[in-house]
Write a protein that binds this ligand. Sequence first.
Ligand code: GLN
Length: 447
Amino acid sequence: SFLERIEKIDSKVGSYLSVLGEDAVKRAMEIQEKIDKGEAKSPLSGIPVAIKDNICTEGIKTTCASKMLHNFVPPYNATVIKKLLDDNAVIIGKLNMDEFAMGGSTENSYFKPTKNPWDLERVPGGSSGGSAAAVAANLTAFALGSDTGGSIRQPASFCGVVGIKPTYGAVSRFGLVAFASSLDQIGPLTKDVTDCAVVLNCITGYDPMDSTSAKVEYPDYTKALVNDVKGLKIGIPKEYMGEGLNSEVREAVLNAVEVLRKLGAQCEEFSLPLTEYAIPAYYLISSAEASSNLARYDGIKYGYRAEKFTDLLDLYKQTRSEGFGTEVKRRIMLGTYALSSGYYDAYYKKALQVRTLIKKGFDEAFEKYDVILGPTAPTTAYKLGEKVNNPLEMYLGDIYTVSVNIAGLPGLVVPCGFDSKGLPIGLQLIGKPFDESTLLKVGYTFE
Ligand code: GLN
């Protein structure tokens, strides 16, 4: 039924880059047989899932929505894919995104923009806009996305679905095409918090293939699905509620605070004074890492290669000029500049120092609070074309999400209302490292 629905309406939404019709049906039948024989016990058995196109799928095109990888078919599966398949999930397709996950609206895809199912003239957010739109439009049961600075949470907010960026190290990055390795995490986009917990149970865990994977005890996240927030201490950063925040978004967030208060949570404002430095630090660090990570696309080993060139250096130049889009080039140039000798201390090193201070700010806050609560984005979904030519304005939209990646913390987004245009608003809950369970517990309150 999902495949039929994709056939019928995805030409309007544009969430898929590839759909695995017959192959998916065949696998679903095989799994049904297993289920009938009692051999498939995982709750994901036979459940359709779609995957952001920067997560490697063996034998299935993985393009990162870039001309550079338009024909790339990985010879291996990402660890998360292996885990989903081991749990008998059925992959039904790959989802649109901003090129190499750089962007916040999915308009930076080389192939096509994705539309917000709530209003087709508006963006679904990004970079995991295909993932959020597909879940919102009922074009998959759930999806995987990636989040480097908000790319799961902001589209979840814009499309009215649940999304979580897990703690850095909780989900293996093996097979995730790298954007900024110290910030990237894979996470689920789902219809509700219950599904989020079930998918987390599948994809979290230590992986020797990822040197930053964390060897800790991973709990059963479904145990957190209880209605009990009594006595929880919740902090609301006043810098997240001030200037620049749309008044309807603020109201919806404050309503959510009231709900939690009535249920016995202790909510109070506090200060995260370094918030204003989060965007510059994030764009320096992420672009620096991107400039290094994207150096591998040289037209030699795989991916796009320019047709006309004079010598080896020119082959690199032409390939990269033709293969990357504008935003990706902007990041590579910014990152290369920030890392060059003479500028390194002023920019990259300074950004790392700010990173340490931002982390410290959160550490201190978590001595007092169990959860930090706030908006996900300053606005609801905006119109296609509204910000795409103004990168700085687009970057400012990441103000409430990037610090979470900078500090490696988990961040859950759950729907908490609508604005007067009928567009969804997402509440962001930030937790202590590896304390996804408490976030799920608070999020479950709104289910
Ligand atoms: N919008 C942010 C950026 O463009 C976040 C992207 C992401 O999380 N992948 O970098």
